[in-house]
Ligand binder design. Structure first.
Ligand SMILES: [Zn+2]
Ligand SMILES: [Zn+2]
Ligand SMILES: [Zn+2]
Length: 334
């Protein structure tokens, strides 16, 4: 039975999930093979291999839990956090513990087994983003949850299935990595009475050195102090802490910039493995003045995590200006 444990030194919550022990031995960092005996669980016709759908977008009128969908969201088959039960907190001597309560939903991004995000047309990308938005705002109604992330691992060794999918995870706490951003944003705001992200956007748009793509509502940049080669952020031009407030009207432009950024990334880095995450304000609407929602993406280009693990110091061999130039011009990295 999994549980949440708080590290009193590093002030972060850790999911201890003994039921996932077999993953360590099973996987040896290899993706699950797709064969006749173990078909792709995300292809149309295999809906029965996943739990019942929570949200689905259909192209035509077809039955529930049957083919004909364009985006399909179900509870994750093996959730990291469980939706059932009340949130229990307790202390064990010095330590703090919580039940592993939360939501873990699986999004099948497309019915097409081989389609890459860069292949999605803008209307499909919009559909996918709309599904994210609907679930995000629905999870907010569950008062047990303080934060939700939307994330995707493409092709990474720990991503078990090649069929494009993503995750929505709602948690009863603010994750440490994101809280660090909240704290930094608050400090900057207290000092200058301005949003640090809005300031950075102004700077980037003036200099144009690290801008990868831009449209009327969104900008994709290589951040000034990128910790990873080709790290890419997508931010709204308009100040907004809460992704849930983007509204229907914001979706076409966000879909457009995603489509553009994804194809540039695929061209420049020859379809890299990547991780993508949404950073948004807390679900209760706090932090609205100082935080500014954004997506962060890192391609997995090297396995060099030794220094980062040892010290928290990142090492990046590509200056973000050079990364942005390659991506902007869509030239392969040489
Ligand atoms: Zn498939
Ligand atoms: Zn802002
Ligand atoms: Zn962030």
């Amino acid at each position: 039975m999994s549980e949440l444990r708080r590290d009193p030194l590093l002030r972060r919550w850790v999911i201890i999930a003994p039921e996932r022990r077999a993953d360590l031995i099973d996987r040896r960092l290899k993706p699950a093979p797709i064969t006749g005996d173990s078909p792709c669980p995300f292809c149309p016709g295999n809906e029965h291999l996943n739990p019942s759908e929570i949200l689905v977008i259909r192209g035509e009128r077809t039955n529930q839990n049957a083919p004909g969908w364009l985006v399909r969201i179900t509870p994750d088959q093996r959730p990291l956090l469980r939706i059932e039960g009340t949130l229990e907190r307790r202390g064990v001597g010095q330590f703090d513990l919580m039940s592993a309560t939360g939501a873990h939903e699986l999004v099948i991004d497309t019915p097409n087994h081989d389609a890459h995000w860069a292949d999605f047309d803008v209307p499909h990308m919009e559909r996918l983003l709309r599904s994210y938005l609907t679930r995000y705002n629905d999870l907010r109604n569950d008062r047990r949850f303080r934060h939700a992330v939307i994330m995707k691992n493409h092709g990474a060794p720990w991503s078990r299935y090649p069929h494009q999918h993503s995750h929505i995870v709602a948690m009863p706490f603010i994750p440490r990595r994101i809280d660090d951003e909240f704290i930094g944003a608050k400090e900057y705001f207290d000092l200058k009475e301005r949003c640090v992200f809005c300031d950075a956007l102004r700077e980037e748009e003036t200099r144009q050195e690290r801008v990868i793509a831009a449209n009327a509502d969104f900008v994709a940049i290589a951040p000034f102090a990128s910790g990873f080669p080709f790290e890419t952020w997508i931010l709204p031009r308009r100040h907004m802490a809460d992704f849930g407030a983007i509204g229907e009207r914001g979706l076409p432009a966000l879909a457009g910039i995603f489509q553009e950024t994804m194809s540039k990334l695929r061209t420049t880095l020859n379809d890299p493995h990547f991780s993508l995450v949404l950073h948004s304000g807390p679900l209760n609407g706090e932090r609205s003045a100082e935080f500014h929602w954004h997506w962060e993406l890192i391609p997995h280009l090297s396995g060099e995590l030794g220094l980062e693990w040892a010290t928290g110091v990142y090492f990046n061999p590509i200056a973000p200006e050079d990364a942005a130039a390659c991506l902007r011009e869509g030239v392969p990295l040489t």
